[in-house]
Design a protein around this ligand. Sequence first.
Ligand code: 13P
Ligand code: SF4
Length: 323
Amino acid sequence: MTMSYDVAAEIQRLKKEKNAVVLAHYYEDGDIQDVADYVGDSFFLAKKGQEVKEQVILLAGVVFMAESVKIMNPTKTVLVPELEATCSLVKGAPYDKYLAWRQQHRDGIAVTYINSSAEVKSISDVIITSSNAAQIVETIPKDRKILFGPDQHLGRWLSKKLNREMEFWNGSCEVHVLFNANRLAAVIRENPDALILAHPECDDSVLAYANIIGSTQHLLDSVSSQPHKKFIVATETGIFHQMQKRRPDATFIQAPVVDEGCKCNDCPYMKMNNMEKIKRALETLKPEVNLPEALRLEAKVSLDRMMDITSGKPVQWPTEFRL
Ligand code: 13P
Ligand code: SF4
């Protein structure tokens, strides 16, 4: 006879035993979101990491999110369920090439998406997320050049929205670039009553059809605030869990991707996490995210600027890149 056990209950027990809190991103599976203490977008998770009292923080998301928490909270034990859970934007922006790009534009201000490695953060001037990018870029003096990376689509959307020229790094999210504009147009024709929601990591051709563009949190809030009964959603599948909870009366349609029937709207990195891995991480307090102290301190400068600007504090911009 095989013994079944309740892994969610075991995680709850371990959280108490280990003085741990679980923070999860909206792209995780529903069971992970339900066992988490807090669920949110990447900015919310970074902020929440600074507020929680527990000594152990398990970040159920991708590794750059956990690194951001560790950078800001060095005395905490920061765990991830899976150390291999990276991101195509991190992979597409290696430190040495990013450094060379920065050195070609020494007078530019490097505005870097939080979806980047700690090394790349350490040579950036300010970090942004899709929920605070516009607010942050608007504080940069108009006469300063902006280098935006690694996500070119988020950068181009922002540049157009703010009417601000930028140099772009040519990275992209391997999940969001697969949404297809022609097929989306056909779905919109079949569902003329639907509201179209898209994450700014989507290509311009897809964003052109969107009624609302924003971070995962913003898209979720739109589902609550808009009266529509039908939504076409161009972002990762995990978000549907909270959308359905908020609006059980509404229908949610996944925006189409290039290949019919493919599961490519699942982020392969977010989906490396599962309940068993979370339980094991809490039991063993591994894998733990750690960074060399010099790197942590350098990366913290750009994250601190993000936190300062979003809490209304004035910041100073370096006149030239230091390396
Ligand atoms: P959010 O900041 O909207 O949560 O986005 C993070 C992300 O990785 C999107 O692909
Ligand atoms: Fe990275 Fe895209 Fe996955 Fe977000 S959805 S973590 S940007 S690969």
